[in-house]
Design a protein around this ligand. Structure first.
Ligand code: HEM
Ligand SMILES: *[C@@H]1O[C@H](CO)[C@@H](O)[C@H](O)[C@H]1NC(C)=O
Ligand SMILES: *[C@@H]1O[C@H](CO)[C@@H](O)[C@H](O)[C@H]1NC(C)=O
Length: 499
């Protein structure tokens, strides 16, 4: 008993010492911000884990009180200054990612979690070209095919008059498209009985767990010694679904490796391209390929599905937007088949403006993105930030900044059709910045263009009691998640008679 008290006192003293250090002696003690956030990670833990992905909102509050630079935890600085971010995150900089923040997403071998700038460059080099617009254009027929799958589901709802959860359809479609691009065989969720319900619960579970493990990583050794009988009994349905998903990806990876490098490049999926292009294969290569596969499925599904749902919702909310869009689409007379020319769709000014505004609204990645400059200190206004300190920014806070986007919560495609809109576009960063910018952005943008254009030309979509709160991301966990009891985007559909 006595020993325990001594131990506890020791722990308290140590914590107190740490707090004093962080407050007064740390090289970041001059950075503004709440003292509670500066002395321990518990403050952030409360918002990120207990409240589930709500620190972005709290960081926004901090900026309101303390100005453009705040210390968000003992070790990290967050800056809300769009011009500085464009400069600081520019592609010529050789910044590293912040390992503590990223390690949880897909493990250390995936491109997205790679810390070191140079290692990242080689890894990304094994698939970068395959995601360039030229290559993605060749994939348009597959996107159209997946869309037709979604359309079959929608047709059924036209006939029965039943309410459709369009959020679900969009997420399944996004997952089917990205998996068709990356894996030898698509996940084909649109054909599943539960319309991907299980898949989505597994992704949400993944993001929640990943976020918690950032703070509770020290518990990992304890978890690994739990006997498997007890461990399995503890697994929830979403956890089991996640394990099944990983098994499926493992089978894909083994397929790819077994097949070996292929001389005939046409028709290869992204994993096979990596397998072809990676010349230094060590014993970790299988694990690497698996983590890349996980990363692509995770990074490409929720983000794109969410953007599609949010964009559709606002088109429905703003009647004038809907009418103008429809008029433009009808006049363009697009035929949606294997020969669809994506450049023709992208040349439609109003459609582009609607999608750009949709990207501003949807925050596919609503949490902060921390980077480290290892080699030299960074000067921001009168503040010096020592080398090696993670500096983060959040696109969402720029997208909702009224100085850049007047009336930021008004869905207004017209703001992208002004004479100086080109200048405005540089402040739009739904896909991040610099060397770590989203490589899947062209695939995502093509898919969003095709889906929005198709759905509004083929159906009259009617919102069935969906409110903003059902769609807006409330929990930013790397991917966006609406409130727990969100119904998703509920609609009824009528076939549009085309004359
Ligand atoms: C609207 C849809 C999407 C949005 C808003 C989005 C957003 C982002 C953002 C903000 C990042 C940077 C993350 C960071 O800096 O830590 C990122 C990275 C990434 N995204 Fe996307 N993304 C989307 C769709 C996709 C798709 C369809 C794919 C798959 C083809 C994809 C694959 C990736 C990968 C692999 C990375 C890591 C890149 C790297 O670290 O080099 N994303 N995405
Ligand atoms: C680190 O920051 C300095 C000063 O802003 C900059 O000149 C340099 O390019 C940065 N280093 C890297 C590796 O990006
Ligand atoms: C509709 O789909 C979304 C996301 O795919 C899900 O969160 C929501 O629970 C679904 N709504 C209903 C009523 O099942």
């Amino acid at each position: 008993m006595f020993l325990l008290i001594i131990l506890l006192c020791g722990l308290c003293l140590w914590q107190l010492g740490q707090a004093c250090y962080h407050l007064w002696l740390s090289p970041l003690s001059h950075i503004p911000g709440p003292k509670w956030a500066a002395i321990s990670l518990l403050y952030e833990f409360y918002y990120e884990v207990i409240c589930s992905g709500q620190y972005t909102r709290e960081i926004e509050n901090m900026h309101r009180i303390y100005g453009p630079i705040v210390r968000v935890n003992p070790y990290e600085v967050h800056i809300k200054d769009p011009d500085f971010c464009i400069e600081h995150f520019s592609p010529v900089k050789k910044l590293d990612k912040y390992g503590w923040w990223y390690r949880v997403f897909g493990g250390p071998w995936s491109t997205i979690s790679t810390e070191d700038h140079h290692v990242h460059k080689t890894r990304r080099g094994t698939f970068q070209n395959f995601l360039a617009p030229r290559m993605v254009r060749g994939f348009v027929p597959t996107i159209v095919e997946k869309l037709k799958g979604a359309s079959a589901i929608m047709d059924r709802h036209v006939r029965t008059g039943n309410v459709l959860n369009l959020s679900n359809v969009y997420r399944c479609m996004a997952a089917d498209v990205v998996s068709a691009y990356v894996l030898p065989t698509s996940l084909n969720l649109l054909e599943s009985d539960d319309l991907g319900e299980e898949f989505q619960s597994s992704l949400r579970f993944f993001f929640e767990t990943a976020t918690s493990m950032r703070y509770l990583g020290f518990m990992e050794p304890i978890i690994t010694i739990i006997p498997s009988i007890i461990f399995n009994a503890m697994l929830t349905q979403p956890a089991k679904a996640l394990i099944r998903l990983v098994r499926k990806l493992e089978a894909c990876v083994d397929d790819v490796i077994q097949k070996g490098p292929d001389m005939d490049k046409s028709g290869l999926c992204l994993l096979e391209r990596i397998n072809n292009n990676e010349h230094e294969k060590d014993e970790m290569f299988r694990e690497r390929l698996l983590q890349e596969a996980e990363q692509f499925i995770v990074a490409g599904s929720e983000t794109t599905g969410h953007t599609l749902a949010v964009t559709t919702f606002y088109i429905l909310q703003y009647k004038n937007v809907q009418e103008k869009l429809l008029q433009e689409l009808i006049n363009a007379d697009i035929v949606f088949d294997g020969n669809l020319e994506i450049t023709k769709l992208q040349a439609l000014p109003y459609l582009s403006a609607v999608i750009t505004e949709g990207l501003r609204f949807s925050h596919g990645v609503g949490s902060r993105l921390p980077r480290i400059n290892k080699s030299s200190e960074v000067q921001y206004k009168q503040w010096r930030i020592p080398a090696g300190v993670p500096i983060s920014m959040t696109s969402r806070l720029h997208h909702e900044d009224a100085r850049l986007f007047p009336e930021p919560y008004k869905f207004s495609p017209d703001r992208w059709l002004q004479a100086d809109s080109k200048n405005l576009k540089k402040y739009l960063s739904p896909f991040g910045h610099g060397s770590r910018i989203c490589p899947g952005m062209h695939l995502a943008i093509y898919e969003i263009n095709i889906a929005i254009a198709y759905i509004f030309t083929h159906y009259t979509v009617i919102n069935f009691d969906t409110t903003e709160a059902d769609l807006v991301s409330k929990h930013d966990l790397g991917a966006p998640f609406p409130k727990q009891d969100s119904k998703g985007l509920q609609v009824t559909l009528r076939a549009r008679v085309t004359e």
